[in-house]
Design a protein around this ligand. Structure first.
Ligand code: IPM
Ligand code: MG
Length: 357
């Protein structure tokens, strides 16, 4: 069966990095038996500019029809001051909600070649390999009521609502336990159960689901402690499962342990394995259009796409090994470069991966 891959380059550096990942997929198609079509669409600011919405109907149709989606990044200063419904981030939240992509997998894997790029001492992070499973369809991101209202005093108040239903907690907990089973059988659930009722329920449901996974060692941490532990001793973690907001914050923190957010891919999956794949980093408007961005996180996102949605682990591994080899060759983009090195550009990095495939 021919798989349909939808590519959404997005804004900022999005088109540049996605072009390199598309080269990699094209090479796999022509030379290594990947049976897929690549189609293109608009999401984010570019969609606002041309179609008047960050997640236009046309993109929705394409996204629903696709088996998997590869996204660059969305957003930029140009759209920051627009009305909330027209902001690029809304497009991202809308596609996550529309396709019910509730399970966000964010691995933080340190390439040994980049141990010196980490902000932490190399011995703290050498061999780091953790996976954050972030719930992506609920929590304060989507909870109603929300808004900005004017109080009787005339003062304005902004408000949002943190909510989690048992069924939402249960399905993400299961993703966490299943992932731990495929790795080192350790799951740490992160919440704020000492303060928040939503977290109290979270912990209770995770404990209940744990009964189905006696082979997985479950622990709990409050989110503030989890942030501290990630920086203090990150190698204690195997899989972490957490809600939308805590996962947003902790995954940026975990990403930086690996030296560069420019290296990390992610997957957002629905209940059937359909997924949206994107680098963890954003659209980096400050370096957009200069050919300086690191395309490896997007290329590695394409690898995740092949592994999780297309069930082609051998092709995924081919990409991952190729990335390892270009790092061995000493190729570095600006973000992962040590002092005294000469950086390569976005295209040169993509070409090197293709050559190494
Ligand atoms: C992420 C991003 C998004 C989020 C923004 C761009 C809406 O930070 O994917 O982590 O908060 O989920
Ligand atoms: Mg984030």
């Amino acid at each position: 069966m021919t798989h349909k891959i939808l590519i959404l380059p997005g804004d900022g550096i999005g088109p540049e990095i996605v072009a390199e990942a598309a080269k990699v997929l094209e090479c796999l198609r022509q030379e290594h038996g990947l049976d897929a079509t690549l189609d293109y669409g608009l999401l984010g600011g570019c969609a606002v500019d041309t179609l008047g919405s960050p997640y236009p109907d046309e993109t929705r149709r394409q996204a629903r029809a696709a088996d998997a989606i590869l996204l660059g990044a969305v957003g930029g200063p140009k759209w920051e001051r627009m009305d909330r419904p027209l902001r690029p981030e809304r497009g991202l939240l809308a596609i996550r909600a529309d396709l019910e992509l509730f399970a966000n997998l964010r691995p933080a894997l340190l390439y040994p070649q980049l141990a010196d790029a980490s902000a932490l001492k190399p011995e703290r992070v050498a061999g780091l390999d953790l996976l954050i499973v972030r719930e992506l369809n609920g929590d304060i991101y989507f909870g109603q009521p929300r808004g900005i209202r004017t109080l009787e005093s005339g003062e304005r108040e902004g408000f949002n609502t943190m909510r989690y239903r048992e069924s939402e907690i249960e399905r993400i907990a299961r993703v966490g336990f299943e992932a731990a089973r495929k790795r080192h059988r350790k799951l740490c659930s992160v919440d704020k159960a000492n303060v928040l009722e939503a977290s109290e329920l979270w912990r209770e449901v995770v404990e209940r689901v744990a009964k189905d996974y006696p082979d997985v060692a479950l622990s709990h941490l409050y989110v503030d402690n989890a942030a501290m532990q990630l920086v203090r001793a990150p190698k204690q973690f195997d899989v972490m499962v957490t809600g939308n907001l805590f996962g947003d914050i902790l995954s940026d923190c975990a990403a930086m342990l690996t030296g560069s957010i420019g290296m990390l891919p992610s997957a957002s999956l629905d209940a059937n394995g359909k997924g949206l794949y994107e680098p963890i980093h954003g659209s980096a408007p400050d370096i957009a259009g200069r050919g300086a961005a690191n395309p490896l996180a997007t290329i590695l996102s394409a690898a995740m796409l092949l592994r999780y949605t297309l069930n082609a682990p051998e092709l995924a591994e081919r990409i991952e090994l190729a990335v390892g080899r270009v790092l061995d060759q000493g190729l570095r983009t600006l973000d992962i470069m040590a002092a005294g090195m000469t950086p390569v550009g976005t295209q040169a990095m993509g070409d090197a991966v293709v050559a190494s495939l």
